[in-house]
Design a protein around this ligand. Structure first.
Ligand code: 5GP
Ligand code: ZN
Length: 137
């Protein structure tokens, strides 16, 4: 098994695990962006959000919701940025789904999710909306 997050979930390599249930494992990021930076992964290997089944998606988001307050309070933060790099093009470096919880403070110098994106849109919103509804079927 070569996936690092599978190995952590399976207890083969150490990590600072903060919570675990049947379907998810939460542990501290090895290169934290802030104190308390936590990653939560599905126990099963699944590369992207699109490949998850409904039960896994439910368990993962439930774990995120359960951890958000305790992680934030443990480090005395005011909020959390919660995000997923979903696919190599987004900067996902480990192809096993993981949700980042990064505790935030007023004036910590980091931006909002919006600051990731520098380029504007090319297509009218209504046209894109129509395409997405069509893709949903
Ligand atoms: P990504 O860029 O794929 O969204 O995030 C992967 C995250 O996993 C990075 O923040 C990185 O620091 C973290 N990471 C990579 N390898 C390990 C590891 O072996 N142990 C832990 N705890 N975190 C890791
Ligand atoms: Zn994996």
């Amino acid at each position: 098994m070569s996936c690092i997050f599978c190995r952590i979930a399976g207890g083969e390599i150490p990590a600072e695990i903060v919570a675990k249930d049947e379907q998810t494992v939460a542990f501290l990021d090895i290169a934290p962006l802030a104190d308390g930076h936590t990653v939560i992964v599905p126990a099963r290997h699944v590369a992207t959000i699109e490949e998850m089944d409904a039960g896994e998606a439910h368990a993962l988001f439930r774990a995120v919701q359960r951890l958000a307050g305790p992680v934030r309070r443990a480090v005395g933060a005011a909020g959390n940025t919660i995000g997923i790099n979903d696919g190599a093009a987004t900067g996902q470096t480990i192809p096993h789904v993981h949700v980042h919880i990064v505790p935030r403070r007023e004036g910590d110098g980091a931006g909002s999710v919006h600051t990731i994106f520098r380029h504007g849109t090319r297509r009218p919103i209504a046209e894109v909306g129509k395409e997405i509804r069509k893709a949903l079927g």
